[in-house]
Design a protein. Structure first.
Length: 154
């Protein structure tokens, strides 16, 4: 007998995003920048409860900014333009990554920029391109993602 695939409801998907958001807000209040927020670094428990994990790249900061040394590796497909261009991480760059996590949740775990190399993603982001709206995301949910992907004004 074939197994049935159970798709979480829109409310459940939004709840998962809220859990991640609350976890990230906690880190920000404690002066930490995660620097590697992605669905692969979130744990999903009973009732789709989500916890942020993998703190290997996390940094404690006093002024909400961390600049990594040139040549340091970082997750390009989840990174804000200021990370790509200047290696500058902040709670704002974590917000960008949160928008990508929302995209991952509402696309049911697809890889962002699936068929593009890191170089192509860097070029696309620099040209103002963003991930397209996932089928399960309403216009309002996608607008939240787009707000996360606004560039930091200089």
């Amino acid at each position: 007998m074939p197994t049935q695939v159970c798709h979480p409801s829109h409310k459940t998907l939004l709840g998962m995003c809220l859990d991640v958001c609350e976890g990230m807000a906690y880190l920000e209040r404690a002066n930490f920048i995660h620097r590697d927020l992605a669905a692969r670094n979130c744990l999903v428990g009973e009732n789709y409860e989500v916890k942020v994990s993998d703190f290997g790249m996390t940094r404690f900061v006093l002024d909400d900014q961390y600049t990594s040394s040139l040549g340091s590796k970082f997750p390009v497909k989840w990174s804000a333009p200021e990370v790509i261009q200047y290696s500058k991480f902040s709670s704002k760059s974590d917000v960008w990554s949160f928008g990508v996590v929302m995209w991952e949740v509402f696309s049911e775990g697809k890889m962002p920029y699936e068929n593009r190399s890191n170089g192509e993603v860097v070029e696309a982001i620099g040209a103002g391109q963003r991930l397209l709206r996932p089928k399960l995301a309403s216009d309002f949910i996608y607008q939240l993602m787009e707000w996360c992907w606004k560039e930091v004004s200089r």
